[in-house]
Write a protein that binds this ligand. Sequence first.
Ligand code: ADP
Ligand code: MG
Length: 370
Amino acid sequence: MSQITLKNVTKEFVTRGGHRVVAVDNFNLTINEGECFSFLGPSGCGKTTTLRMIAGFEDLSEGEIWLGDKPVSIKSKNLYVPPEERGLGMVFQSFAVWPHLNVFENVAFPLRVMKLPKHEIRERVLSALSHTDLLSSERVYPSDLSGGQQQRIALARSIVTNPRVMLLDEPLSNLDPKLRESMRFEIKALQKKFNFTIIFVTHDQSEAMALSDRMLVMDLGKIVQVGAPDELYQNPTNKFVYGFLGLSNFLKVEAVKGNVFPKGGVDMPIPFKLPEGVADGDGLLASRPNEIDISMDAEGGYPAKIEKRLYMTFCIEYHIKIGKQTIRIHTSHANVFPEGSDCFIHFKNPRWYAKESQEIELERTERQVF
Ligand code: ADP
Ligand code: MG
């Protein structure tokens, strides 16, 4: 059964300056029951707005949202189910805990609103606290707890109502990197125990890839690509997705009669077959730093020059000159080549992408929210 369905969902804002922003542009999307689904994209691409519309905190400009077989927002019929009747749990980026209530009361709050009997509240809160490792802090006030523990309070408060869907909006962004990583596993473990559907919003691609069954990459209010993490990583549909999902080089190139030359007066073509249907002209040859080999042996390689070598913890990084352009290559620590020497490189999995216009880059900057 599909749990959450968005049909032609659009949200337009008018900013204070009277300028119109289409924050969410015609979303069509189905998220399945029990799935961990991430919205991934840069600041301002519309992630929070989409989540707030699903939660019922934000009206739609157009379209419909369904939870299971029940409509919760239908713009054309003015149908709108308020957030508290949608049965969703939510956790936000900022630790939305009440400073004047102790941990127990913070978690009990939604159950008190539901007017449940006292003994049931106690039972359910203690169970939520034990699942989030907070039992010993029951009587403590949030200000005496760490950031990670405060975020656990928010998690405990959202699972205490047994929601079928959890909406998590950058819940780990304010935590330090180590804690972020361990909280990822805790969220997955909670999902396994309670079997809820998760929508996880993040701008961090490794977080999205580690957590998700499927994910959605969005840009400028639009869905760019939906799929499993490995599908998206192996087959990014455009330059934006490629660049967003991992380290990347974008070599400026020009195709002439099907041969691909680096820009800047390099007259030797790169061994690369233009994809079918791509016409001659300018483009980008995308490659990941760990998908290029370096050797001192001309065999099958493309001539380049080692400009710089950086010894790092997980690899050696080489800055390699091809004509006037520089690309990065990551090799194992076993491959030590001297700086300044000529070398040969071999792209193992290069891809051709069209260039992005400057207007698009500018619009992305203008949309950023802080
Ligand atoms: P994200 O969560 O991906 O960072 P948001 O959904 O918060 O992005 O915002 C998407 C776009 O909508 C941004 O350009 C933002 O400035 C704009 N926006 C969001 N909320 C409002 C609002 N209440 N009024 C006007 N513009 C808004
Ligand atoms: Mg946001």
